[in-house]
Design a protein around this ligand. Sequence first.
Ligand code: UD1
Length: 417
Amino acid sequence: MDRLIIDGGVALSGRVLVSGSKNAALPILIATLLTDDPCLVENCPTALRDIRTTARLLESLGKKVDIEGSSVRVLSTGSLKTQAPYDIVKQMRASVLAAGPLLARFGLVRVPIPGGCAIGLRPIDIHLKGFEAMGARRIADQGDIILSAPKLKAAEIRLRFPSVGATENLMMAAAAVPGRTVIRNAAREPEIADLGAFLERLGAKVSGAGTAAVTVEGQPRLRGARHRVMPDRIEAGTYLIAAAAARGKVRVQGARGGDLEAVLAALRRTGAKVRSGRDFIELEMRERPKPVAVSTAPYPGFPTDLQAPWMALMTLSTGFTKVRETVFENRFMHAAELTRMGAQIAVSGAAAVVAGVERLSGAPIMASDLRAGAALIVAALAARGRTVLQRVYHVDRGYEAVERKLAALGARVERAR
Ligand code: UD1
Protein backbone atom coordinates (compact mmCIF):
# COMPACT_ATOMS: atom_id res chain seq x y z
CA MET A 1 0.00 0.00 0.00
CA ASP A 2 1.22 3.50 -0.85
CA ARG A 3 3.12 5.58 1.67
CA LEU A 4 4.34 9.15 1.50
CA ILE A 5 7.87 9.84 2.64
CA ILE A 6 8.26 13.47 3.62
CA ASP A 7 11.52 15.12 4.66
CA GLY A 8 10.20 18.20 6.41
CA GLY A 9 11.57 21.51 7.54
CA VAL A 10 11.91 23.00 4.05
CA ALA A 11 10.20 26.35 3.42
CA LEU A 12 7.72 26.18 0.52
CA SER A 13 7.86 28.49 -2.46
CA GLY A 14 6.34 28.69 -5.90
CA ARG A 15 2.96 28.04 -7.50
CA VAL A 16 0.48 25.25 -7.32
CA LEU A 17 -2.55 24.86 -9.55
CA VAL A 18 -5.79 24.01 -7.80
CA SER A 19 -7.98 21.18 -9.18
CA GLY A 20 -11.69 21.31 -9.82
CA SER A 21 -13.80 20.85 -6.70
CA LYS A 22 -14.52 17.25 -5.73
CA ASN A 23 -17.53 18.23 -3.65
CA ALA A 24 -19.02 20.23 -6.52
CA ALA A 25 -18.18 17.66 -9.20
CA LEU A 26 -19.87 14.77 -7.35
CA PRO A 27 -23.42 16.20 -7.26
CA ILE A 28 -23.04 17.74 -10.72
CA LEU A 29 -22.06 14.40 -12.24
CA ILE A 30 -24.94 12.73 -10.43
CA ALA A 31 -27.31 15.45 -11.68
CA THR A 32 -26.68 14.19 -15.24
CA LEU A 33 -29.18 11.46 -14.28
CA LEU A 34 -31.83 14.16 -14.72
CA THR A 35 -31.51 14.16 -18.50
CA ASP A 36 -31.17 11.72 -21.39
CA ASP A 37 -29.17 14.24 -23.42
CA PRO A 38 -25.36 14.24 -23.40
CA CYS A 39 -23.59 16.31 -20.74
CA LEU A 40 -20.00 17.51 -20.60
CA VAL A 41 -18.58 18.32 -17.18
CA GLU A 42 -15.20 20.03 -17.37
CA ASN A 43 -12.53 20.71 -14.74
CA CYS A 44 -13.34 17.53 -12.81
CA PRO A 45 -10.63 16.13 -10.53
CA THR A 46 -10.75 12.84 -12.43
CA ALA A 47 -7.68 11.40 -10.71
CA LEU A 48 -9.64 11.15 -7.46
CA ARG A 49 -11.10 7.84 -6.47
CA ASP A 50 -14.48 9.38 -5.58
CA ILE A 51 -14.84 10.73 -9.12
CA ARG A 52 -14.02 7.29 -10.54
CA THR A 53 -16.53 5.76 -8.13
CA THR A 54 -19.15 8.27 -9.30
CA ALA A 55 -18.45 7.25 -12.91
CA ARG A 56 -18.98 3.61 -11.89
CA LEU A 57 -22.20 4.55 -10.10
CA LEU A 58 -23.53 6.31 -13.20
CA GLU A 59 -22.56 3.34 -15.38
CA SER A 60 -24.22 0.89 -13.02
CA LEU A 61 -27.40 2.98 -13.37
CA GLY A 62 -27.23 2.84 -17.18
CA LYS A 63 -25.16 5.85 -18.31
CA LYS A 64 -22.04 5.72 -20.42
CA VAL A 65 -19.18 7.77 -19.00
CA ASP A 66 -16.08 8.84 -20.93
CA ILE A 67 -13.24 10.47 -19.06
CA GLU A 68 -10.63 12.39 -20.98
CA GLY A 69 -8.19 14.46 -18.94
CA SER A 70 -10.33 16.53 -16.59
CA SER A 71 -13.45 16.32 -18.80
CA VAL A 72 -16.22 13.86 -18.16
CA ARG A 73 -18.79 13.16 -20.85
CA VAL A 74 -21.98 11.45 -19.72
CA LEU A 75 -24.19 9.84 -22.36
CA SER A 76 -27.35 7.85 -22.20
CA THR A 77 -27.49 4.24 -23.36
CA GLY A 78 -31.23 3.65 -23.04
CA SER A 79 -33.25 3.39 -19.89
CA LEU A 80 -31.90 4.03 -16.41
CA LYS A 81 -32.05 1.68 -13.44
CA THR A 82 -33.50 2.92 -10.18
CA GLN A 83 -31.41 0.85 -7.80
CA ALA A 84 -27.96 1.93 -6.60
CA PRO A 85 -25.63 -1.01 -5.84
CA TYR A 86 -24.44 -1.47 -2.24
CA ASP A 87 -20.81 -2.10 -3.18
CA ILE A 88 -20.63 1.42 -4.64
CA VAL A 89 -22.65 3.22 -1.91
CA LYS A 90 -20.50 1.67 0.81
CA GLN A 91 -17.39 3.09 -0.87
CA MET A 92 -18.82 6.55 -1.31
CA ARG A 93 -21.57 8.03 0.81
CA ALA A 94 -22.32 10.72 -1.77
CA SER A 95 -23.92 7.94 -3.88
CA VAL A 96 -27.07 8.65 -1.90
CA LEU A 97 -27.39 11.79 -4.03
CA ALA A 98 -28.64 9.59 -6.87
CA ALA A 99 -31.91 9.22 -4.92
CA GLY A 100 -33.18 12.73 -5.71
CA PRO A 101 -32.88 12.67 -9.51
CA LEU A 102 -34.09 9.07 -9.86
CA LEU A 103 -37.05 9.49 -7.54
CA ALA A 104 -38.15 12.64 -9.33
CA ARG A 105 -37.87 11.10 -12.79
CA PHE A 106 -39.16 7.58 -12.18
CA GLY A 107 -41.22 7.81 -8.99
CA LEU A 108 -39.20 5.02 -7.42
CA VAL A 109 -35.69 4.51 -6.13
CA ARG A 110 -33.92 1.96 -3.98
CA VAL A 111 -30.67 2.94 -2.26
CA PRO A 112 -28.69 1.20 0.43
CA ILE A 113 -28.59 3.23 3.65
CA PRO A 114 -25.00 4.40 3.88
CA GLY A 115 -23.33 3.25 7.10
CA GLY A 116 -21.44 5.54 9.46
CA CYS A 117 -17.86 6.43 8.69
CA ALA A 118 -14.69 7.27 10.57
CA ILE A 119 -15.75 10.85 11.31
CA GLY A 120 -19.32 10.29 12.51
CA LEU A 121 -22.67 8.58 12.21
CA ARG A 122 -23.81 10.61 9.23
CA PRO A 123 -27.52 9.73 9.01
CA ILE A 124 -29.66 10.75 6.00
CA ASP A 125 -32.84 11.67 7.87
CA ILE A 126 -32.83 15.26 6.55
CA HIS A 127 -32.75 14.01 2.94
CA LEU A 128 -35.61 11.58 3.65
CA LYS A 129 -37.78 14.14 5.45
CA GLY A 130 -37.41 16.44 2.45
CA PHE A 131 -38.50 13.74 0.01
CA GLU A 132 -41.48 12.99 2.25
CA ALA A 133 -42.44 16.65 2.18
CA MET A 134 -42.49 16.30 -1.61
CA GLY A 135 -44.92 13.41 -1.30
CA ALA A 136 -42.63 10.36 -1.25
CA ARG A 137 -43.31 7.32 0.91
CA ARG A 138 -40.45 5.34 2.28
CA ILE A 139 -39.96 1.81 3.47
CA ALA A 140 -36.85 0.15 4.79
CA ASP A 141 -35.98 -3.25 3.39
CA GLN A 142 -32.85 -5.32 4.04
CA GLY A 143 -30.56 -2.36 4.63
CA ASP A 144 -32.04 -0.40 1.73
CA ILE A 145 -34.43 2.52 1.67
CA ILE A 146 -37.13 2.36 -0.96
CA LEU A 147 -38.68 5.69 -1.84
CA SER A 148 -41.77 5.85 -3.96
CA ALA A 149 -43.99 8.64 -5.23
CA PRO A 150 -46.02 8.12 -8.37
CA LYS A 151 -45.84 11.87 -8.80
CA LEU A 152 -43.45 13.89 -6.69
CA LYS A 153 -44.79 17.38 -6.02
CA ALA A 154 -43.17 20.76 -5.45
CA ALA A 155 -43.08 21.73 -1.78
CA GLU A 156 -41.87 24.16 0.88
CA ILE A 157 -39.24 22.36 2.89
CA ARG A 158 -37.42 23.53 6.01
CA LEU A 159 -34.27 21.62 6.92
CA ARG A 160 -33.60 21.05 10.64
CA PHE A 161 -29.89 21.58 9.87
CA PRO A 162 -28.30 23.02 6.71
CA SER A 163 -27.02 19.69 5.40
CA VAL A 164 -24.99 20.03 2.22
CA GLY A 165 -25.99 16.64 0.84
CA ALA A 166 -29.68 17.04 1.69
CA THR A 167 -29.83 20.49 0.07
CA GLU A 168 -28.26 19.05 -3.09
CA ASN A 169 -30.44 15.96 -3.17
CA LEU A 170 -33.63 18.01 -2.82
CA MET A 171 -32.53 20.60 -5.38
CA MET A 172 -31.93 17.82 -7.90
CA ALA A 173 -35.30 16.23 -7.21
CA ALA A 174 -37.02 19.62 -7.45
CA ALA A 175 -35.37 20.33 -10.82
CA ALA A 176 -37.42 17.56 -12.42
CA VAL A 177 -40.70 18.38 -10.65
CA PRO A 178 -42.94 21.06 -12.22
CA GLY A 179 -43.86 23.81 -9.77
CA ARG A 180 -41.89 25.81 -7.26
CA THR A 181 -39.96 24.10 -4.48
CA VAL A 182 -38.44 26.23 -1.74
CA ILE A 183 -35.74 24.81 0.53
CA ARG A 184 -35.32 26.84 3.71
CA ASN A 185 -32.39 26.68 6.12
CA ALA A 186 -30.52 25.34 3.09
CA ALA A 187 -26.76 24.85 3.17
CA ARG A 188 -24.98 27.87 1.68
CA GLU A 189 -21.74 26.25 0.54
CA PRO A 190 -20.32 27.54 -2.78
CA GLU A 191 -20.60 23.99 -4.18
CA ILE A 192 -24.39 24.37 -3.90
CA ALA A 193 -24.27 27.51 -6.02
CA ASP A 194 -22.25 25.54 -8.58
CA LEU A 195 -24.84 22.75 -8.64
CA GLY A 196 -27.57 25.40 -8.98
CA ALA A 197 -25.78 26.84 -12.03
CA PHE A 198 -25.63 23.37 -13.60
CA LEU A 199 -29.32 22.70 -12.94
CA GLU A 200 -30.09 26.02 -14.63
CA ARG A 201 -28.15 24.92 -17.67
CA LEU A 202 -30.23 21.74 -17.73
CA GLY A 203 -33.32 23.96 -17.94
CA ALA A 204 -34.58 24.29 -14.37
CA LYS A 205 -35.09 27.74 -12.88
CA VAL A 206 -33.00 28.12 -9.74
CA SER A 207 -32.63 31.13 -7.51
CA GLY A 208 -30.92 31.60 -4.17
CA ALA A 209 -28.51 28.65 -4.52
CA GLY A 210 -25.74 29.53 -2.08
CA THR A 211 -28.16 31.32 0.27
CA ALA A 212 -30.36 29.94 3.05
CA ALA A 213 -33.46 29.89 0.81
CA VAL A 214 -33.15 28.05 -2.48
CA THR A 215 -36.02 28.14 -4.95
CA VAL A 216 -36.20 25.63 -7.77
CA GLU A 217 -38.80 25.65 -10.50
CA GLY A 218 -38.60 22.27 -12.12
CA GLN A 219 -39.32 21.16 -15.67
CA PRO A 220 -40.81 17.85 -16.78
CA ARG A 221 -38.00 17.44 -19.30
CA LEU A 222 -34.45 18.67 -18.84
CA ARG A 223 -31.82 18.98 -21.56
CA GLY A 224 -28.09 18.25 -21.72
CA ALA A 225 -25.49 20.84 -20.78
CA ARG A 226 -21.86 21.71 -20.58
CA HIS A 227 -20.41 23.00 -17.33
CA ARG A 228 -17.05 23.89 -15.84
CA VAL A 229 -16.71 22.85 -12.19
CA MET A 230 -15.59 25.50 -9.65
CA PRO A 231 -12.09 25.31 -8.12
CA ASP A 232 -11.59 23.19 -4.99
CA ARG A 233 -11.59 25.59 -2.05
CA ILE A 234 -10.63 22.89 0.43
CA GLU A 235 -7.61 21.81 -1.60
CA ALA A 236 -6.60 25.47 -1.98
CA GLY A 237 -7.01 26.06 1.76
CA THR A 238 -4.91 23.01 2.57
CA TYR A 239 -1.95 24.27 0.51
CA LEU A 240 -2.22 27.71 2.10
CA ILE A 241 -2.26 26.23 5.59
CA ALA A 242 0.69 23.99 4.66
CA ALA A 243 2.67 27.05 3.58
CA ALA A 244 1.77 28.84 6.80
CA ALA A 245 3.08 25.85 8.78
CA ALA A 246 6.23 25.16 6.75
CA ARG A 247 6.78 28.92 6.08
CA GLY A 248 7.65 30.43 2.72
CA LYS A 249 5.65 32.06 -0.03
CA VAL A 250 3.20 30.24 -2.27
CA ARG A 251 0.61 31.12 -4.84
CA VAL A 252 -2.42 28.88 -5.29
CA GLN A 253 -3.42 29.48 -8.86
CA GLY A 254 -7.06 29.11 -9.87
CA ALA A 255 -8.38 29.54 -6.30
CA ARG A 256 -11.10 32.07 -5.46
CA GLY A 257 -10.56 34.10 -2.30
CA GLY A 258 -14.29 34.74 -1.93
CA ASP A 259 -14.92 31.03 -1.24
CA LEU A 260 -12.43 30.97 1.64
CA GLU A 261 -13.03 34.17 3.58
CA ALA A 262 -13.24 32.60 7.03
CA VAL A 263 -10.02 30.69 6.42
CA LEU A 264 -8.12 33.65 4.96
CA ALA A 265 -9.19 35.83 7.90
CA ALA A 266 -7.90 33.20 10.34
CA LEU A 267 -4.64 32.87 8.38
CA ARG A 268 -4.12 36.64 8.52
CA ARG A 269 -4.59 36.58 12.28
CA THR A 270 -1.75 34.04 12.59
CA GLY A 271 0.57 36.66 11.08
CA ALA A 272 0.57 35.35 7.50
CA LYS A 273 0.41 37.86 4.67
CA VAL A 274 -2.46 36.87 2.39
CA ARG A 275 -3.34 38.43 -0.93
CA SER A 276 -6.00 37.24 -3.29
CA GLY A 277 -6.84 38.21 -6.84
CA ARG A 278 -9.52 37.12 -9.27
CA ASP A 279 -8.07 33.63 -9.70
CA PHE A 280 -5.27 33.20 -7.20
CA ILE A 281 -4.47 33.38 -3.52
CA GLU A 282 -0.98 34.10 -2.30
CA LEU A 283 0.38 33.52 1.20
CA GLU A 284 3.66 34.49 2.76
CA MET A 285 4.70 33.40 6.23
CA ARG A 286 8.09 33.96 7.82
CA GLU A 287 7.45 33.40 11.51
CA ARG A 288 5.78 31.03 13.95
CA PRO A 289 2.00 31.39 13.72
CA LYS A 290 0.15 33.24 16.45
CA PRO A 291 -2.57 31.17 18.12
CA VAL A 292 -5.97 31.58 16.42
CA ALA A 293 -8.97 29.69 17.77
CA VAL A 294 -11.50 28.34 15.29
CA SER A 295 -14.91 26.73 15.60
CA THR A 296 -16.22 24.88 12.57
CA ALA A 297 -19.65 25.79 11.22
CA PRO A 298 -21.67 25.46 8.04
CA TYR A 299 -20.61 27.93 5.33
CA PRO A 300 -19.74 30.82 5.58
CA GLY A 301 -18.16 29.60 8.84
CA PHE A 302 -14.81 27.89 9.15
CA PRO A 303 -15.08 24.66 7.11
CA THR A 304 -14.98 21.38 9.00
CA ASP A 305 -12.90 19.99 6.12
CA LEU A 306 -10.05 22.32 7.11
CA GLN A 307 -10.30 21.81 10.86
CA ALA A 308 -7.68 19.05 10.94
CA PRO A 309 -5.10 20.96 8.83
CA TRP A 310 -5.77 24.01 11.03
CA MET A 311 -5.05 22.01 14.17
CA ALA A 312 -1.78 20.86 12.59
CA LEU A 313 -0.84 24.50 12.00
CA MET A 314 -1.76 25.46 15.56
CA THR A 315 0.52 22.77 17.04
CA LEU A 316 3.34 25.15 16.04
CA SER A 317 1.76 28.35 17.34
CA THR A 318 3.27 30.63 19.95
CA GLY A 319 0.53 29.99 22.53
CA PHE A 320 -2.63 28.07 23.39
CA THR A 321 -5.48 27.59 20.92
CA LYS A 322 -8.92 26.06 21.10
CA VAL A 323 -10.23 24.18 18.09
CA ARG A 324 -13.91 23.31 18.22
CA GLU A 325 -15.71 20.90 15.88
CA THR A 326 -19.45 21.42 15.63
CA VAL A 327 -20.35 19.68 12.36
CA PHE A 328 -19.19 16.08 12.83
CA GLU A 329 -19.10 14.08 16.07
CA ASN A 330 -15.76 12.39 15.75
CA ARG A 331 -13.32 14.43 13.79
CA PHE A 332 -10.25 14.60 16.01
CA MET A 333 -8.51 11.40 15.07
CA HIS A 334 -5.53 13.30 13.76
CA ALA A 335 -4.83 14.59 17.30
CA ALA A 336 -3.28 11.34 18.50
CA GLU A 337 -1.09 11.04 15.41
CA LEU A 338 0.03 14.67 15.72
CA THR A 339 1.01 13.91 19.31
CA ARG A 340 3.37 11.25 17.96
CA MET A 341 5.18 14.08 16.18
CA GLY A 342 5.61 16.08 19.39
CA ALA A 343 2.38 18.10 19.36
CA GLN A 344 0.62 18.89 22.63
CA ILE A 345 -3.13 18.45 22.27
CA ALA A 346 -5.84 17.69 24.82
CA VAL A 347 -9.16 16.62 23.34
CA SER A 348 -12.32 16.90 25.38
CA GLY A 349 -15.63 16.23 23.65
CA ALA A 350 -16.08 18.57 20.71
CA ALA A 351 -13.10 20.76 21.56
CA ALA A 352 -9.35 20.38 21.53
CA VAL A 353 -6.84 22.59 23.26
CA VAL A 354 -3.52 22.86 21.51
CA ALA A 355 -0.39 24.12 23.23
CA GLY A 356 1.99 25.31 20.54
CA VAL A 357 5.49 23.83 20.44
CA GLU A 358 8.55 25.25 18.73
CA ARG A 359 9.04 22.28 16.49
CA LEU A 360 7.53 18.95 15.53
CA SER A 361 9.64 15.96 14.62
CA GLY A 362 9.07 13.48 11.82
CA ALA A 363 7.62 10.10 12.77
CA PRO A 364 5.91 7.06 11.27
CA ILE A 365 2.20 7.97 11.25
CA MET A 366 -1.07 6.88 9.72
CA ALA A 367 -4.00 8.69 8.06
CA SER A 368 -7.40 7.71 9.52
CA ASP A 369 -9.50 9.65 7.00
CA LEU A 370 -9.14 12.17 4.20
CA ARG A 371 -8.75 15.44 6.09
CA ALA A 372 -6.82 13.85 8.97
CA GLY A 373 -4.35 12.70 6.30
CA ALA A 374 -4.10 16.27 5.00
CA ALA A 375 -3.37 17.51 8.53
CA LEU A 376 -0.58 15.00 8.94
CA ILE A 377 0.98 16.14 5.67
CA VAL A 378 0.87 19.75 6.88
CA ALA A 379 2.61 18.72 10.10
CA ALA A 380 5.16 16.57 8.27
CA LEU A 381 6.13 19.42 5.93
CA ALA A 382 6.87 21.65 8.91
CA ALA A 383 8.53 18.97 11.06
CA ARG A 384 12.23 18.31 11.39
CA GLY A 385 13.28 14.99 9.92
CA ARG A 386 11.50 12.25 8.05
CA THR A 387 7.84 11.31 8.28
CA VAL A 388 6.44 8.16 6.72
CA LEU A 389 2.69 8.52 6.25
CA GLN A 390 0.73 5.31 5.81
CA ARG A 391 -2.77 4.83 4.38
CA VAL A 392 -2.27 7.55 1.80
CA TYR A 393 -5.30 6.17 -0.04
CA HIS A 394 -7.42 8.34 2.26
CA VAL A 395 -5.59 11.44 1.03
CA ASP A 396 -5.94 10.32 -2.59
CA ARG A 397 -9.73 10.60 -2.20
CA GLY A 398 -9.53 14.38 -2.03
CA TYR A 399 -6.16 15.61 -3.28
CA GLU A 400 -5.03 15.06 -6.86
CA ALA A 401 -1.31 14.36 -7.34
CA VAL A 402 -0.51 15.55 -3.83
CA GLU A 403 3.17 14.62 -3.99
CA ARG A 404 3.64 16.29 -7.39
CA LYS A 405 1.93 19.49 -6.28
CA LEU A 406 3.97 19.66 -3.08
CA ALA A 407 7.19 18.91 -4.95
CA ALA A 408 6.37 21.86 -7.24
CA LEU A 409 6.46 23.99 -4.07
CA GLY A 410 9.91 22.68 -3.21
CA ALA A 411 8.84 20.09 -0.63
CA ARG A 412 10.82 16.86 -0.41
CA VAL A 413 8.06 14.31 -0.85
CA GLU A 414 8.10 10.90 -2.43
CA ARG A 415 5.51 8.20 -2.84
CA ALA A 416 6.62 4.66 -2.09
CA ARG A 417 4.49 1.80 -3.40
C1 UD1 B 1 -20.46 17.47 2.67
C2 UD1 B 1 -19.06 17.33 2.10
C3 UD1 B 1 -18.05 17.10 3.22
C4 UD1 B 1 -18.18 18.17 4.29
C5 UD1 B 1 -19.63 18.31 4.75
C6 UD1 B 1 -19.83 19.45 5.72
C7 UD1 B 1 -19.50 16.36 -0.09
C8 UD1 B 1 -19.41 15.19 -0.98
N1 UD1 B 1 -19.05 16.21 1.18
O1 UD1 B 1 -20.79 16.22 3.27
O2 UD1 B 1 -16.73 17.13 2.65
O3 UD1 B 1 -17.37 17.81 5.40
O4 UD1 B 1 -20.49 18.53 3.63
O5 UD1 B 1 -19.37 20.64 5.16
O6 UD1 B 1 -19.92 17.44 -0.48
N2 UD1 B 1 -26.64 15.11 8.96
C9 UD1 B 1 -27.73 14.53 9.59
N3 UD1 B 1 -28.77 14.07 8.81
C10 UD1 B 1 -28.74 14.18 7.44
C11 UD1 B 1 -27.63 14.77 6.81
C12 UD1 B 1 -26.59 15.23 7.60
O7 UD1 B 1 -27.77 14.42 10.81
O8 UD1 B 1 -29.73 13.76 6.81
C13 UD1 B 1 -25.49 15.58 9.78
C14 UD1 B 1 -24.23 14.79 9.48
O9 UD1 B 1 -24.17 13.61 10.23
C15 UD1 B 1 -23.14 15.77 9.86
C16 UD1 B 1 -23.76 17.12 9.50
O10 UD1 B 1 -25.17 16.91 9.41
O11 UD1 B 1 -22.88 15.72 11.24
C17 UD1 B 1 -23.26 17.70 8.20
O12 UD1 B 1 -23.55 16.83 7.13
P1 UD1 B 1 -23.79 17.31 5.64
O13 UD1 B 1 -23.76 18.79 5.56
O14 UD1 B 1 -24.94 16.58 5.09
O15 UD1 B 1 -22.46 16.79 4.94
P2 UD1 B 1 -22.30 15.89 3.65
O16 UD1 B 1 -23.21 16.40 2.58
O17 UD1 B 1 -22.35 14.46 4.02
